[in-house]
Ligand binder design. Structure first.
Ligand SMILES: C[S@@+](CC[C@H](N)C(=O)[O-])C[C@H]1O[C@@H](n2cnc3c(N)ncnc32)[C@H](O)[C@@H]1O
Length: 445
């Protein structure tokens, strides 16, 4: 086995990692998020399983198409998942494998041998180990012909569902390939310094002293040269910083709260932007989220960052149901970081593309419009509302903003970036960010 220097230390046998990764992929095929499915994996296997299953998600479209060439009918979803995971590890060889960002690199014969061992060691797969062996060996023998057979499939070529590729092609005739390719570049670890606890210079100096390469980005960001577990970085327990993509760091800056303002963070969990708002000014803040469990994470994050106070009120409620939570006192500034398809953060969550269905996009856009219309009522005359999504589909972004203005002629659109497309391909860590949409509206007094 050989691993690149940035691959995790893969101490457990590859057969165990392949089997646990197959279990995780099986979970995603069954509709679970990758993060959730990974919680079932033992601590000893988790780092390696995470690396292998993230990689599998990035190349699942290609592996699925090749798998269909190799197998008429899968004996089980676990078999299918084990085959697909193994194929993604065989996707490139030698130099090409080393070039594929984030690819855990193993010799081909090791992958085949360990996949077959994984099948032998698993009661429900043992009688299919010969079939698995034959499929993987056939792939190695007939790679070129199999690659050619799937080349025309958009899923195989772009590793996204066909409907997703089509929608991006229509929306971004110039950029769609770059967007799709950016989705397969593993994201850097980007932090936002909590200016109430530390300066950026202080954080950069502490990282340098710990031998970590880091650079400033944006107004308060720091991007690491290579990702590390956050608890191992200086300043985590002290609340010096939070993990947040550079594109997401624009939200609180655009809403620009000032001391004494009454502010609403309407879809706040897990609290990344809530904390940023509180770092920027002394405000009275209501933080809502429909999901009570996720709201607990807002509380934990504010505690760690030293930002919890009597001026912060957390409410588990549907933002669109004003009767349930609003006392009628208007807000000077409202952050509407609404639920979305998350199509702009696929590089951080490579499973999202496989979990979404085409009709989710319209369904989500309808929910967003409902939340937006309700929240607009809570904005004080002269106040502002920032609409945010981490999506690249225009129906959740540019079109949503346009339709909002048509429904609310009293809203004035202020300067904001609009659609930020994800930047990752051929970009330095400092240049990279996820895809977001930002529209800022003022309510005329
Ligand atoms: C994009 S996430 C918010 C991320 C958060 N602002 C941050 O920066 O950490 C969207 C959130 O909206 C919440 N949500 C979904 N439907 C909602 C609703 N009807 N009212 C309020 N929150 C809702 C979800 O539970 C989710 O936590």
């Amino acid at each position: 086995m050989s691993t690149r220097s940035d691959s995790p230390h893969l101490a457990p046998p590859l057969s165990s990692v392949l089997l646990s990764s197959a279990g995780v992929v099986e979970g995603v095929l069954d509709g679970r998020s990758l993060t959730d499915a990974l919680t079932d994996v033992s601590a000893a296997l988790r780092p390696a399983t995470q690396a292998v299953s993230f990689h599998a998600m990035r190349y699942l479209g290609w592996a699925d198409a090749v798998g269909r060439e190799l197998v008429q009918r899968y004996p089980s979803v676990l078999f299918e998942s084990l085959l697909l995971v193994s194929l993604t590890l065989l996707k490139e060889e030698g130099e090409a494998a080393a070039q594929l960002p984030g690819m855990p690199v193993y010799a081909a014969h090791t992958v085949v041998d360990q996949a077959v061992t994984a099948a032998s060691n698993t009661r429900s797969l043992a009688s299919f180990k010969g079939m698995l062996n034959a499929c993987l060996r056939r792939f190695l023998r007939e790679r070129a012909a199999l690659e050619a057979a799937v080349a025309d499939s958009p899923e195989a070529q772009w590793n996204h569902p066909g409907w997703w590729v089509k929608q991006l092609g229509i929306a971004y005739p110039q950029d769609w390939q770059r967007i799709l390719e950016s989705a397969n570049v593993p994201a850097p670890l980007t932090l936002r310094v909590n200016r109430r606890r530390a300066s950026r210079e202080q954080v950069l100096a502490a990282f340098e002293a710990a031998g970590l390469e880091a650079q400033p980005v944006g107004q308060a960001g720091v991007v690491l040269g290579s990702p590390k577990p956050v608890t191992q970085l200086p300043g985590f327990a002290e609340g010096w910083w939070s993990v947040q993509d550079a594109g997401a760091q624009l939200a609180a800056e655009l809403l620009a709260p000032t001391d004494g303002m009454r502010v609403l963070d309407a879809c706040s969990a897990p609290g990344g932007k809530t904390a940023h708002l509180l770092e920027l000014a002394d405000i009275d803040l209501v933080a809502l989220d429909a999901d009570g469990e996720r709201l607990e994470r807002v509380e934990q994050n504010l505690d760690r960052l030293g930002l919890a106070s009597k001026r912060v009120q957390l409410e588990a409620a549907d933002a669109a149901d004003l009767d349930a939570w609003w006392d009628g006192k208007p807000f000077d500034a409202v952050l509407a970081d609404v639920p979305c398809t998350a199509s702009g953060i696929v590089r951080r969550h490579p499973d999202i593309r496989w979990l979404r269905r085409e009709n989710d996009v319209r369904r989500t856009a309808t929910l967003q419009a409902r939340i937006l219309d309700s929240l607009w009522k809570t904005v004080a005359p002269g106040g502002r509302l920032l609409y945010v999504t981490c999506s690249v589909f225009p129906i959740e972004g540019a079109r949503q903003a346009l339709e909002f203005l048509q429904r609310h002629p009293e809203a004035q659109r202020l300067d904001a970036p609009g659609q930020l497309l994800p930047v990752a391909l051929n970009a330095t860590p400092v240049e990279q960010h996820d895809g977001f949409f930002y529209a800022l509206f003022a309510k005329q007094s």
